[in-house]
Design a protein around this ligand. Structure first.
Ligand code: TMP
Length: 212
C-alpha cells in the first residue's frame, strides 16, 4: 500500500463577530472548486460526545464554572475529536478545515480566563502529541466592532455573554501568538470589506495548497 501524503490541517480563529461562518463558507467553496477532498469540522465539537461537551461548555448556568474545569472539558472534547475525526482524515490525505482549535484555548482560557499558558501547553502536548495546524487563519477585529456584529445574530451563549474586557484579552492573546510565529499564522484584518478579506484568504489557500 502506498503511503498517502498527510492532508493539510487548517484552522480558523478569531473573537466573536469576526465573520468566521461567512469566511468558512468561502474556504470550503474554494476547496470544492479545486476538487480538494476535505473534512469541515469545529471545536468544541465535531463528534457526538464532543458536541455534548460543547453544549455543556456553552450553555449559560447559575453555577460559576471553574476555569480549570472549563479547560479540561475543552481538552476532553479535543481528544475525542482528534482520535475520531481529525487524525483519521489527515491520514487519509484529506484536508481538515476546523472552526477553532487549540489557539482558541490559549486565547479564551489563557487570555480571557487568565489560566497559566504552561498548563495549556502541557495539555496540548499530552492530547495532541506533536500535531499542530499547518496554518492558522486568524481573523483579527476590534472586539467593539465584533460584539456589535455578534449582537445581531441570536441569543448570547456563556462566552458571548462576557464583557468587552474579556474579548480584549482574547484578541491580545491571539495576536501575541500570531506575532510570535508568523510562518504558521496568517493574520487577516477582518475590519476590511469582505471582498478584500476573501482575496487574502484565497491567496493564503493558494500558498497552502502549493506547499509540499
Ligand atoms: P463558536 O464556535 O460559535 O465561536 O463558539 C465556540 C465558543 O467556545 C467560543 O465562544 C470560544 C469558545 N472556545 C473556548 O473557550 N476554548 C476553546 O478551546 C474553543 C475551541 C472554543
Amino acid at each position: 500500500m502506498t503511503d498517502l501524503p498527510r492532508g493539510k490541517f487548517i484552522t480558523l480563529e478569531g473573537g466573536e463577530g469576526v465573520g468566521k461562518s461567512t469566511n468558512l463558507q468561502f474556504i470550503t467553496h474554494w476547496l470544492r472548486e479545486r476538487d480538494i477532498d476535505f473534512v469541515q469540522t469545529r471545536e468544541p465539537g465535531g463528534t457526538p460526545l464532543a458536541e455534548q461537551l460543547r453544549t455543556l461548555l456553552l450553555e449559560k448556568r447559575e453555577e460559576a464554572v471553574d476555569p480549570t474545569a472549563e479547560l479540561l472539558m475543552v481538552f476532553a472534547a479535543r481528544a475525542q475529536h482528534l482520535s475520531g475525526v481529525i487524525i483519521p482524515a489527515l491520514a487519509a490525505g484529506k484536508w481538515v478545515v476546523c472552526d477553532r482549535f487549540t489557539d482558541a484555548t490559549y486565547a479564551y482560557q489563557g487570555g480571557g480566563r487568565g489560566l497559566d499558558r504552561g498548563l495549556i501547553a502541557e495539555l496540548e502536548q499530552k492530547v495532541q502529541g506533536d500535531l499542530r495546524p499547518d496554518r492558522v487563519l486568524l481573523l483579527d477585529l476590534d472586539p467593539v466592532i465584533g460584539l456589535q456584529r455578534a449582537a445581531t445574530t441570536g441569543e448570547a451563549d456563556r462566552f458571548e455573554s462576557e464583557q468587552l474586557v474579556f474579548f480584549e484579552k482574547v484578541r491580545a492573546a491571539y495576536r501575541e501568538r500570531a506575532e510570535a510565529s508568523p510562518s504558521r499564522y496568517a493574520m487577516v484584518d477582518a475590519a476590511r470589506p469582505l471582498a478584500a478579506v476573501q482575496q487574502q484568504l484565497a491567496d493564503i489557500l493558494e500558498t497552502i495548497a502549493a506547499a509540499p
